[in-house]
Design a protein around this ligand. Structure first.
Ligand code: SF4
Length: 243
């Protein structure tokens, strides 16, 4: 019985490994949307200003850590006008659990000042205006545009989106900017925001970096890396400096 099960598993893997170069983008995305109907931005916020601040704070740290810090921050400074009048000494203790907190405190005060001075305290709705704000790059701008208004000007590429796009054969690139260029060519504009949320959910729940759960994955029949993905889309190991 055990031998039969082993043979079946091996044959399933062999079938899955019949080489496809690329998972068909739209059908694969639709399947992923069905698997993760609750996929959404996991940064807690109320309105575009708080999302902008939370996204700036999320660089190099997890959403969970940001969500632990922001309730006190937003209770004291709920909008651009209040945060623009805060000092560095006021804000640093509220974000001190996050990496690069001094720079992040400077950025969120600075972006608040600019929002007040140039946009009447409101968050602008174009990527060109958003990236002019301190600490705001293309990725942060597209998170805000996508989550708030579903008008991103690209696909947000984080570590999960990067890894899974490579595993699905949607890109051969490793640079996030080039991966984004590949994704926008493959996927319809109205799906750009959903794409990053469902890929992030899939990466956090099934397609793990180290041991992807291909056996449990609902797109394994479409995925060219199924059952052979462990080394696809992984960051290179850090070199040890000795001596
Ligand atoms: S879990 Fe496996 S089959 Fe699913 S997307 Fe990741 S590599 Fe492909």
């Amino acid at each position: 019985m055990a031998a039969k099960k082993k043979t079946t598993t091996a044959s399933t893997r062999a079938k899955a490994q019949v080489k496809k170069k690329m998972a068909p983008p739209v059908p694969t995305l639709e399947r992923l949307e069905a698997i993760h109907p609750d996929a959404h931005c996991e940064l807690d916020h109320e309105g575009p200003f708080q999302l902008l601040v939370a996204t700036v704070l999320s660089a190099q740290t997890t959403d969970v850590n940001v969500n632990k810090a922001t309730p006190k921050l937003f209770a004291a400074y709920p909008d651009a006008r209040t945060l623009a009048s805060a000092t560095q000494d006021d804000v640093e203790p509220l974000v001190s659990t996050l990496g690069f907190f001094r720079q992040k405190a400077k950025s969120i005060i600075g972006l608040s000042k600019k929002l007040v001075a140039s946009h009447g305290g409101a968050v602008p709705r174009t990527l060109a205006e958003l990236v002019e704000l301190p600490g705001v790059g293309r990725k942060t701008a597209n998170v805000v545009l996508g989550v708030t208004w579903n008008t991103p000007e690209g696909v947000v590429v984080d570590t999960h989106v990067q890894r899974i796009s490579q595993r699905l054969g949607w890109t051969k690139n490793t640079d996030p900017v080039k991966i984004e260029q590949d994704l926008v060519k493959l996927l319809p504009r109205e799906k750009w925001d959903r794409t990053s949320h469902v890929l992030i959910f899939h990466g956090r729940r099934i397609c793990f970096a180290r041991k992807p759960s291909c056996e449990k994955c609902g797109i394994s029949d479409m995925c060219p890396s199924a059952f052979a993905a462990e080394n696809v889309g992984r960051k290179p190991p850090r070199l040890r400096v000795t001596g």
